[in-house]
Design a protein around this ligand. Sequence first.
Ligand code: FMN
Length: 304
Amino acid sequence: MVNLKVKVGDLSLENPLIAASGTFGFGREMAEFFNISTLGGISTKGFTRLPKIGNPAPRVAECDCGMLNAVGLQNPGLDVVLEEELPFMRSQNATIIANIAGETMEDYIFLTEQLQSQDLAAIELNLSCPNVKQGCMTFGSDPVAIEELTHQCAKRSRHPLWIKLTPNVTSIAEMAKAAEQGGATAVSLINTLLGMVIDVQTRRPILRNNTGGYSGPAVKPVALRMVSEVYHAVSIPVVGMGGISSAEDVAAFMIAGAAAVQIGTGLLVEPSLPWKILEELPALCQELQVDNIADLTGTLELWN
Ligand SMILES: Cc1cc2nc3c(=O)[nH]c(=O)nc-3n(C[C@H](O)[C@H](O)[C@H](O)COP(=O)(O)O)c2cc1C
């Protein structure tokens, strides 16, 4: 019997598969077809203090080996999340990771405080969305801001605090160290890579926002490199993501150093993907000669 349980710090998860923020909503559509309680966790759509309508369309575009999105954090806002979405997720016995975003430090602090009465597995601070003009990636590219923001939220939170990092920086290891210094329980990475797709006929970007976040299989090698780098730079756990679409991908992220993983774009392509991977993981673990999937974490042997 292969044991799929993993730990992210003190938090135990039934298995390492977490639905990535923004690709699973709050689980309502998926719960009609799948038992969403069997996932290791669900990172909610990123929500803000007030409702957001997001960016104008077109805001998603399929492209080579992945997709670009500039959704711009469309969400119903904190009140609706507290009154309707989190209760729904709880009614389904989902393991909830609340993904939050803000424009100012006060926004993040306010949201963290408001979530303290909730039953959550973790809070994930999105310091990495490339599709909004203020906050998020602006904070996530500045180690001083990351450390301060993490510190302010960590000292107010009884829940584990995960800091979600952007790959759109020179050194993601430096950003991860700042999060660790600020008191983060874990870091999650990567968010999307800032990109652009162009319509040559109109000579305009396809996305109305001009730029968007690139995700899917194409970003996987970048994500694996970053997970490996961050794993060696910090001693807090790493939650890895970026282009995962198979059991082998999950194993690769764990070997690179991830304690758990998130699946995003893969879910949009094939909604049953995490359940398919869950079925395949025990056989893969046997092939890789581990009884506990957690034993894969950080076993990468780099060449000298
Ligand atoms: C349509 C879409 C919406 C997203 N929204 C969010 C979000 O609200 N908050 C967040 O932290 N990440 C968001 N992300 C980023 C994903 O959670 C993930 O970090 C990224 O897509 C890389 O993983 P993947 O290649 O498996 O999709 C979004 C991604 C997509 C494709």
